[in-house]
Design a protein around this ligand. Structure first.
Ligand SMILES: Cc1cc2nc3c(=O)[nH]c(=O)nc-3n(C[C@H](O)[C@H](O)[C@H](O)COP(=O)(O)OP(=O)(O)OC[C@H]3O[C@@H](n4cnc5c(N)ncnc54)[C@H](O)[C@@H]3O)c2cc1C
Length: 563
């Protein structure tokens, strides 16, 4: 069905690239249409019960219109998000700038892996703007009650013991209202109402950032860039999944389907959903590294000017590695006792360690390690899994209760006995996940399978062995510094990693023969068609990439709006 609607710009996707573009173009007075496949998540809209979590995945053909979009390729898995705000809904809020010396310029023709057509200096003003808009500030470790956050203190201690550089990275989390001391659970005062029209609270330290923040404490994109874009007139259409795109006499034409709420929970023939059509002078793809690359691969026949050989190349998992510091112990009065790390207390990431690169004058490829967290319910699951080991405590409690019941014990207060049932809670309280990321080699290649239906990824762990070995050695040292064992089963036993930072596929390049888009995000050979998201990275960002994606999009917007 043709709607005949025409806009100045259509933006596909509302992650860090799309949200920045939507705001910048709406602010400049452009008529903007934003198409986002996922739903909107107001405070308390994120599922928590097992029943609702079961449907919190993305596969509309199976009746799933939820947030987690999980991919499994040959040697690597990937997790991305579907929803208004993209990856910001489930990200861990860390906003770091790409290291100055890591904007590598290698000769691709001579076996090099990456060639960045932008520099840190180019991005500096855009980083400033994005940080301000996203409300970046470090975890307030100097203030109570944050100062007693066990995992942060243990991580800091371990770094000091092992001679590593530790710091508190900027986080997109509201810990306080402007000019006030940080305090958990305070209503946040906003200059303009957010697009959900709901009150947010300052961070309650619940460790649930990665499953959606129900208190609205994360400065996710729906509360800043997208709220502003909407206020300035952008038309935001959720549940709208783009299927195809093609050049049009008025610029570009986009076809999309609308996923109806009524279809949730039951398999649907999504291929036969009616197509909506809109046109725009400029089209900006911001569907993420996997999403934008997939859309361009699927529609490459309509885009003959594009460098089809470069499309899909330069994939990087940003060197992601998830491991565990397991069962931390400390010496106390000559005894080895569990060290409380309380991984669920605080935002998911609070602090970071940076390990330098050969480009900084050290040896090897550089990386970051960050403390992580999981939601509290995971602790209960761990405790339950340990239940058989606590049988003796259960029997002791049963004996005390029976003794009281039959008058053998006069003490009618069972509080202490109930408390004892928990044991020392060591399994759930003395382990902490660690996240590593850095400068892996971006040699992965995405393509479509033979039927042209599914996305494939050719990526090898072998090429990354020295990089991951160095990272693992450092993580082992950090775990040791916390008195914990180091666990990394997935990489060693399964020879697989999982990335939450997929990048590349539509790499930037100055030379049209070396990439898909130019240094301002415009597709080589197709004027007015832009890509603004993680797919344009010609290599790993190194640190968490969202701020760099936002800064690049801000730079692209400057060029797009230039007279
Ligand atoms: C658990 C987790 C923790 C993370 N923590 C951090 C962190 O602390 N710091 C950091 O910098 N990064 C973090 N990240 C990574 C970060 O979320 C991503 O790098 C970032 O969101 C990528 O931005 P983007 O604009 O490229 O795309 P995305 O944010 O992925 O946005 C793409 C959007 O496009 C939509 N879309 C896709 N296809 C279509 C289509 N066909 N039609 C319409 N819409 C479509 C998607 O639904 C999505 O909303 C984390 C990620 C995860 C999963």
């Amino acid at each position: 069905m043709a709607t005949g609607e025409h806009f100045d710009a259509i933006i596909v996707g509302t992650g860090f690239g799309g949200a920045v573009m939507a705001y910048r173009l709406a602010e400049a007075g452009k008529r903007v249409c934003v198409l986002e496949r996922g739903k909107s998540y107001p405070p308390h809209g994120f599922p928590r019960s097992p029943l609702r979590m079961k449907t919190n995945f993305w596969d509309p053909s199976q009746g799933l219109q939820g947030m987690f979009d999980v991919w499994s390729f040959k040697n690597i898995g990937a997790i991305v998000s579907s929803g208004l705000g993209g990856g910001s809904l489930i990200y861990a809020n860390v906003l770091l700038r790409k290291d100055e010396h890591w904007f590598v310029k290698e000769d691709l023709a001579r076996g090099g892996y990456e060639n960045w057509p932008v520099t840190r200096t180019d991005l500096e003003p855009h980083y400033d703007r994005a940080e301000k808009m996203l409300g970046a500030n470090p975890f307030p470790l100097e203030h109570a009650p944050y100062s007693s956050t066990a995992k942060t203190l243990a991580f800091k201690h371990a770094a000091a013991v092992k001679g590593l550089h530790w710091f508190l990275p900027p986080l997109a989390v509201a810990f306080s209202n402007p000019g006030e001391a940080p305090r958990p659970g305070e209503p946040i005062r906003e200059q303009y109402p957010n697009l959900h029209g709901r009150t947010r609270l300052t961070c309650t330290l619940c460790g649930e950032c990665d499953i959606g923040c129900n208190t609205g404490s994360k400065n996710s994109l729906d509360y800043n860039y997208l709220s502003e874009a909407k206020r300035l007139g952008a038309e935001i259409r959720v549940r709208s999944e783009v299927r195809s795109l093609a050049p049009h006499t008025r610029g570009y034409e986009v076809s999309y389907v609308v996923h109806q709420p009524e279809a949730e929970g039951r398999p649907t023939e999504t291929q036969s959903l009616p197509l909506q059509r809109v046109t725009a002078t400029q089209l900006i793809l911001s569907a993420g590294a996997l999403g934008s690359t997939y859309l361009l691969l699927k529609n490459k026949h309509s885009l003959p000017g594009m460098n089809q050989d470069a499309l899909g190349r330069r994939f990087s998992g940003n060197g992601d590695l998830l491991t565990l510091a397991w069962r931390s112990m400390q010496e106390e009065r000559g005894m080895s006792v569990p060290r409380i790390l309380d991984a669920s207390h605080g935002p998911v990431i609070t602090s970071a360690i940076r390990v330098a690169d050969a480009l900084d004058g050290e040896s090897g490829r550089g990386f970051y390690i960050q403390d992580a967290a999981y939601p509290e319910f995971v602790n209960w699951m761990v405790q339950l899994a340990e239940a058989p080991a606590s049988l003796s405590r259960v029997l002791k409690f049963a004996w005390e209760w029976l003794a009281h019941r039959f008058g053998l014990n006069k003490d009618s207060d069972l509080s202490a006995e109930l408390s004892e049932l928990f044991g020392d809670c060591a399994p759930s309280a003395n382990s902490v996940p660690m996240l590593g990321m850095g400068r892996d080699r971006p040699d992965g290649r995405m393509a479509l399978d033979g039927d042209g239906k599914y996305l494939t990824l050719d990526w090898s762990l072998d090429l990354q062995d020295d990089f991951f070995q160095r990272m693992r050695d450092t993580m082992r040292a950090v775990a040791d510094g916390m008195g914990a064992d180091f666990k990394d089963a997935a990489t060693l036993l399964l020879r697989r990693v999982i990335t939450v930072h997929p990048l590349g596929g539509c790499a930037m390049s100055d030379n049209p023969s070396a990439g898909v888009v130019n240094a301002y995000g415009e597709v080589h050979g197709h004027k007015g068609l832009y890509v603004a998201d993680g797919s344009v990275m010609p290599g790993p960002v190194g640190p968490n990439p969202s701020l760099t994606i936002a800064a690049l999009a801000d730079r692209f917007a400057d060029r797009l709006l230039a007279p």
